[in-house]
Write a protein that binds this ligand. Structure first.
Ligand code: ARG
Ligand code: ZN
Length: 478
């Protein structure tokens, strides 16, 4: 995003330079890298450019699972580019143009390699238009009914997946380091509703199809973009001036999930009182009644929730899940990881927000959550392997990320005191708003605010495999 100003400065320079134009022969155009440089996922994202905006026009027919798409991608070259990659899974590409000229495109696994007719100069914006079609691929973990990315549901489709999902429905620079704004037009058969991120811009119908328009106006990491097609019970209103769209699968009996997601405004207000202003232009929820959906995801401005989580009767953990996904809007969505090794900066913070909500709500206190985990050790999974850098195996969402993550924050709070702790948390979201950050940045901020050396504390709670002494035991008999 940032390089847009630089791009215009460069443009002004080019335009105002008289005569002797830079000869193409003197410019050293080189291919952009096939990955953005995250050691955990070497092919996620791409090098050499920075996307500013995705404009997506997609049409989906649930009866045949067929998707037709056109992606218009505005980007800035961050090096002189002879060619560049886009991440793209499964679908068939018909045609790609760059700045209006047909480009050569070749497929290399889950990458598209695009060679424009002319090299792209560093600092200048360019526009890619890609047309494509096909049946989008669902990702399944072997032996487990865990579906993610593009999920085909009874009444439509749902896109949710971390760390990847976007490349199953549009060509993308698929890594949180390259955030962009979005406008999305989704065309579905009349009678179905298509939801996405950000501000609802209404719908129009013609010849049996309805087009739903959405705009995500704050920078967004690609895995946080969603598409949810189906029949929904929709509550659309404004809260604090923000359009809020809460959608629950129409096949669910009212009240089960509705009760939890209808607390979205109240929980958002509570989180604002802790972490500062809600970072985005819109808010809401999407609850899909699709059995194999086994996780929730903090899709920006409109988290996705699995209906199955809510179906066992009233339970305070139901709104804890809502608090978790809404807290991710600050931690994960606005402040995103630079590398996936730092996943605890998302999950640990969202889990700590759950504890805070639970305490505020008169359910378990933060101290009780901490001690429950400390004492049960979750059957051993708590101490080995540690939460820091959970990538490299199959599932980075290991239990210690969600448990020792918030325990690390609690240990920090006990060490530096409440005043310093809340200053650290609020400064974190201000300093890295819409950006990317690493554990090292958080440790440095905590040390700066508290005036203490904290590397030992973070080593014990975040990277060590030995149980540290309990800094906050419950009083005897509690
Ligand atoms: N970030 C999601 C959450 O809020 C977790 C997604 C889990 N995905 C997975 N493939 N296990 O908890
Ligand atoms: Zn989470």
């Amino acid at each position: 995003m940032q390089s847009v100003l630089m791009a215009f400065a460069a443009l002004a320079l080019v335009v105002s330079t008289p005569a002797t134009p830079a000869s193409a022969r003197t410019v050293d155009f080189r291919p952009g890298a096939a990955g953005i440089g995250d050691p955990a996922y070497p092919l996620d994202g791409n090098g050499g450019y920075d996307v500013l905006h995705y404009h997506l026009d997609v049409r989906y027919q649930p009866a045949t699972d067929w998707l037709d798409g056109k992606a218009t991608i505005t980007a800035t070259a961050t090096q002189h580019l002879s060619r560049f990659n886009l991440d793209f899974i499964g679908l068939t590409v018909e045609e790609v143009t760059v700045n209006g000229q047909p480009a050569r495109v070749r497929r290399d696994g889950d990458e598209l390699v695009v060679t424009p007719a002319r090299g792209l100069l560093k600092g200048l914006p360019f526009v890619v238009v890609a047309r494509y079609h096909g049946i989008p691929e669902t990702f399944r973990v072997p032996e487990i009914p865990l579906e993610s990315r593009f999920i085909h549901t009874d009444d439509g489709a749902l896109v949710a997946g971390e760390p990847e999902s976007a490349a199953t429905w549009y060509p993308v620079n698929d890594h949180p380091q390259d955030k962009a704004t979005y406008s999305v037009n989704v065309t579905v058969p009349d009678g179905l509703t298509a939801l996405s991120n950000g501000i609802p811009l209404g719908s129009t119908s013609s010849a049996g199809w309805t087009t739903w328009r959405w705009a995500a106006t704050s920078p967004m990491a690609s895995y946080l973009s969603t598409l949810a097609i189906g029949r929904w019970r929709i509550d659309q209103h404004r809260h604090d001036g923000r359009p809020t769209v809460i959608a629950v699968d129409e096949t669910l009996p009212p009240t089960l999930a509705d009760d939890a997601v209808e607390r979205t405004d109240e929980i958002t207000d509570f989180l604002e009182s802790l972490f500062g202003p809600y970072p985005f232009e819109a808010n809401g929820a999407i609850v899909d009644n699709h059995d194999p959906l086994l996780f929730a995801l903090e899709t920006q401005t409109r988290p996705v929730y699995p209906a199955s989580f809510f179906d066992d009767g009233p339970n305070p953990l139901d709104d804890n899940l809502v608090a978790h996904e809404l807290a991710h809007q600050w931690f994960g969505d606005s402040v995103s990881v630079r590398y996936w090794k730092d996943l605890w900066l998302n999950e640990g913070f969202a889990a700590y927000a759950e504890w805070l909500w639970s305490e505020h709500n008169g359910f378990m206190s933060v101290r009780e959550w901490f001690n429950m985990l400390y004492d049960t050790e979750l059957g051993g999974g708590l101490w080995t392997p540690p939460p820091y850098d959970p990538t490299g195996g199959t599932d980075p969402f290991r239990i210690s990320v969600y448990s020792r993550g918030p325990m690390t924050l609690h240990a920090l709070r006990l060490t530096v005191g409440d005043d310093a702790f809340w200053t650290i948390m609020r400064r974190w979201v201000v300093e890295h708003r819409y950006g990317n950050a690493e554990t090292e940045d958080f440790v440095a901020l905590a040390e700066r605010v508290s005036g203490r050396q904290l590397d030992g504390l973070f080593a014990a709670w975040l990277t060590g495999s030995v149980k540290p002494p309990n800094p906050d035991p419950l009083p005897p008999g509690a």
